[in-house]
Design a protein around this ligand. Structure first.
Ligand SMILES: Cc1cc2nc3c(=O)[nH]c(=O)nc-3n(C[C@H](O)[C@H](O)[C@H](O)COP(=O)(O)OP(=O)(O)OC[C@H]3O[C@@H](n4cnc5c(N)ncnc54)[C@H](O)[C@@H]3O)c2cc1C
Length: 283
């Protein structure tokens, strides 16, 4: 990101200290962070707001916050901490100032950085992050179609819980098994359709796409869509939502949250190549 003077702008880093962890479901663990930084403000009007957690190579023994330029100079680009993106499931002001954030992490085995970090997080651990980003909030009065796998559950739950009592629609929730259902307080008019795919997500998994295909959007409804999850599944859903449901892109928040077999760095880099684009028309 560049400033008007053409110089690269340094992104502000905040520090979060782990103040608690809990099990949300079979594959979701909650890490609660205390953030003291006065510069941090959660986007409270946005329900998919997210932070980018920074993970440094443990072998370099770097202490957050990270001086990325200095690290690059000493250790080269490979030494620069990598980011992992997580939805702010809930944000509460702390009485002593700053914020307390709940982040819910999918635990997907021993691979990766963020999932294993969350599974082993201890009170007192400190993590650096950028953010928040995010853009979606349910529009009051719209007909809501929400969908996603476990990685999108925090954002979907936050959206449903923010809605007024008269909102209507359907949420299609694709999870591994019965122990992956979570408590969500949704308006009575929004039907929660829990679909169990019977194990971990694989490229053959079509549960989410068939669940969304089965949704009947009422004729003439002012539909607003929020669907996120694995990349290939999102491509199927883009086709389905535009071709079967006849929706316009402007009505949709539809993006990949992760990609099968890709670490997030690779997945983010691929967004600039054809395989990484959900909407092929994107330059
Ligand atoms: C805006 C946004 C918000 C997000 N919010 C959340 C959130 O609240 N909670 C959450 O858990 N995730 C969320 N994600 C997804 C998360 O950023 C990715 O899943 C990330 O790749 C996890 O990092 P990792 O270090 O655990 O695994 P990586 O090092 O990135 O990947 C290692 C391996 O694990 C696989 N993998 C990664 N994620 C999953 C998964 N969910 N299920 C199965 N296999 C996986 C990869 O395909 C790869 O093979 C969000 C992503 C975006 C873009």
């Amino acid at each position: 990101m560049s400033a008007p003077d053409g110089k690269k702008r340094k992104r502000v880093q905040h520090l979060g200290t782990v103040v608690g962890t809990s099990t949300v479901s079979d594959h979701l663990v909650r890490v609660t962070l205390a953030v003291e930084s006065e510069a941090f403000e959660p986007k409270e009007s946005i329900t998919d707001s997210y932070v980018k957690l920074l993970f440094a190579d443990p072998g370099l023994q770097l202490v957050p916050p990270f001086d990325v330029d200095a690290i690059r100079e000493v250790h080269g680009p490979a030494g620069v901490p990598v980011t992992r993106t997580y939805t702010i499931r809930a944000a509460r002001p702390r009485t002593e100032g700053g914020w307390e954030l709940d982040l819910d992490f999918v635990t997907h085995g021993d691979t990766g950085l963020a999932g294993p970090w969350a599974a082993g997080a201890q009170v007192g651990d400190v993590i650096a992050f950028h953010g928040p980003g995010g853009a979606y909030a349910p529009r009051p009065g719209a007909w809501h179609l929400l969908g996603g796998d476990e990685a999108a559950l925090p954002a979907i739950a936050a959206a449903l819980e923010s809605m007024g009592p008269d909102e209507v629609g359907v949420a299609v929730l694709d999870v591994a098994g019965p122990g992956d259902r979570i408590d969500i307080s949704a308006p009575a008019g929004v039907e929660l359709r829990w679909l169990e795919r019977g194990g971990e997500w694989t490229p053959e998994s079509t549960t989410l796409a068939s669940g969304v295909a089965a949704v009947e959007i009422p004729a003439g409804a002012d539909a607003q869509v929020f669907v996120h999850g694995e990349r290939e599944s999102m491509k199927d859903l883009r086709r389905l939502l535009t071709e079967k449901h006849g929706l316009d892109r402007k009505q949709m928040s539809l993006s990949a949250y992760w990609a099968y077999g890709r670490a997030e760095d690779e997945f983010q880099a691929e967004k600039r190549t054809p395989i990484g684009k959900i909407f092929p028309e994107d330059a």
